[in-house]
Design a binder for this molecule. Structure first.
Ligand code: PLP
Length: 441
């Protein structure tokens, strides 16, 4: 009997009691290899002493001081650390408690920016189908996942959705990746023209799509095309790197690999690495200066913004990434994981696509590789694979609705940056077993 209104109240959840490196333990003593960091959160594993001790020291000094009265040292230092490693156009950071809050702040700040700039008619957001930007109403409205949106539709602000950059299913036969990217950029520009370029606030996208598509990177040149179109119409580019940022794809910012710079970028999960709840919005100088010169303040705020203990934890995460060489591990370990996944699954009859970047990988499950036909959604393949994997001591992040919010299944992998090669073998072997067992049932 529980009084907790769990995510899925019908589910009987094991209780997690302890973490050690890449492993979690439940109260029955069962061990799980955390190959997804929950939902791409725990990038340093579950027992990083430096981060834990930094939080403890901060708690001893000052757990919290409300930001309407005070700034605090870890918040200032964390903002300095992030800006020092961001492109020059970024100047300020707004700290929140998670990814949805970061995206909500991005949407409101973008809207306020245009009001202050004397373009209050800009009222439209354009985003992509099959994206996820969070569960608060603004972030949910921007998101393009039908299953998540459907029952809340009456409460959602209007948003226009264009095609995702999802080459496995979107690229036509005979089309090159560049042609595919160009076609999508044209589709975006057509949507902008329909709304009137002067009426659009922002284009919102996950640089590498996480939960809803399963680690889908853009094709080369896609974001360059998007950036040019946004610039032509004076539209802001908001990148959601809540899941794919903070080193997950091998560089601190996933957009570094696209050769573009957004106007606003939201980060969260890997920022606090699960040690404290925290998210952040990086803000370009142009936007912050317009607001400071205008009304003088961002009309937003939450009680826990800039939480001192959360910022101290995230600052320690940054130190681990950059000063202790943890971030450098991501690309070589990612290559190893890619090799192992391809060896195990490239010819698998029910794995249609293996894609990803850094330590962020997705496997798309299909009923038929040749036709790419998905499994019948009634089979709930993703849920079954999750259960088999869990029973075998592996935490991965399978999800359904890959194609259109309803059909399709994929498995998302996001192991910690401290993972060892032997644990990658354990991951791939256990996953292969979970998928095979699943097919037999
Ligand atoms: C890309 C992306 N944006 C936003 C969010 C929302 O973050 P949170 O769950 O911390 O509110 C998520 C969470 O999965 C996400 O993956």
């Amino acid at each position: 009997m529980t009084h907790v209104f769990h995510r899925n109240p019908r589910e009987d959840y094991a209780w997690a009691v302890r973490g050690e490196g890449a492993y979690l333990y439940d109260r029955e003593g069962r061990r799980y290899l955390d190959a997804s960091g929950g939902a791409a959160v725990s990038c340093l594993g579950h027992s990083d002493r430096a981060v834990i001790e930094a939080i403890q020291r901060q708690l001893d000094r000052l757990p919290f001081a409300h930001t309407s009265f005070f700034s605090n040292e870890p918040m200032e230092a964390l903002a300095d650390a992030l800006i020092a490693r961001a492109p020059q156009s970024f100047d300020k950071v707004y700290f929140v408690s998670g990814g949805s809050e970061a995206m909500e702040a991005a949407l409101k700040l973008a809207s306020q920016y245009f009001v202050e700039k004397g373009e209050p008619q800009r009222a439209h957001i354009i985003a992509r189908r099959q994206s996820y930007h969070g569960n608060t109403l603004g972030a949910l409205a921007a998101g393009g996942n039908q299953w998540r949106r459907r029952q809340f539709e009456p409460l959602l602000i209007d948003a226009t959705h264009v095609s995702p950059c999802y080459a496995y299913r979107g690229k036509q036969a005979g089309e090159t990746e560049t042609e595919f990217g160009t076609r999508l950029a044209i589709e975006l520009e057509e949507a902008i023209n329909r709304l009137g370029g002067e009426n659009v606030i922002a284009f919102v996208a996950e640089t590498v799509v996480g939960a809803t598509l399963g680690a889908v990177p853009p094709v080369p040149g896609y974001f360059k095309g998007v950036r040019e179109i946004c610039d032509r119409h004076g539209i802001l580019l908001i990148l959601d790197e809540v899941m794919c940022g903070m080193g997950r794809c091998g560089t601190l910012w996933a957009f570094e690999q696209e050769g573009i710079v957004p106007d606003l970028v939201a980060v969260a999960k890997g920022l606090g690495a699960g040690y404290q709840p925290i998210g952040a919005l990086l803000i370009s100088k142009e936007i912050s200066e317009t607001i400071v010169a205008g009304s003088g303040f961002f009309q937003h705020g939450h009680t826990y913004i800039g939480h001192a203990a959360a910022c101290a934890g995230a600052l320690a995460v940054q130190k681990r990434l950059h000063e202790d060489g943890v971030l450098e591990r991501v690309i070589p370990l990612g290559r190893l994981l890619e090799k192992k996944l391809k060896k195990a699954f490239a010819d698998h009859p029910h794995v249609g696509d293996i894609r990803g970047r850094g330590l962020f990988w997705g496997l798309e499950l299909v009923a038929d590789r040749a036709t790419k036909a998905p499994f019948d959604p009634k089979l709930r393949m993703h849920a079954r694979v999750k259960r088999e994997a869990l029973d075998a001591g592996l935490l991965c992040y399978p999800m359904g609705g890959t194609l259109d919010g309803q059909r399709g299944d994929h498995i998302l992998l996001a192991p910690p940056y401290i993972v060892e090669e032997a644990q990658l073998d354990e991951l791939v072997d256990t996953l292969a077993m979970a998928i095979t067992l699943e097919e037999q049932t």
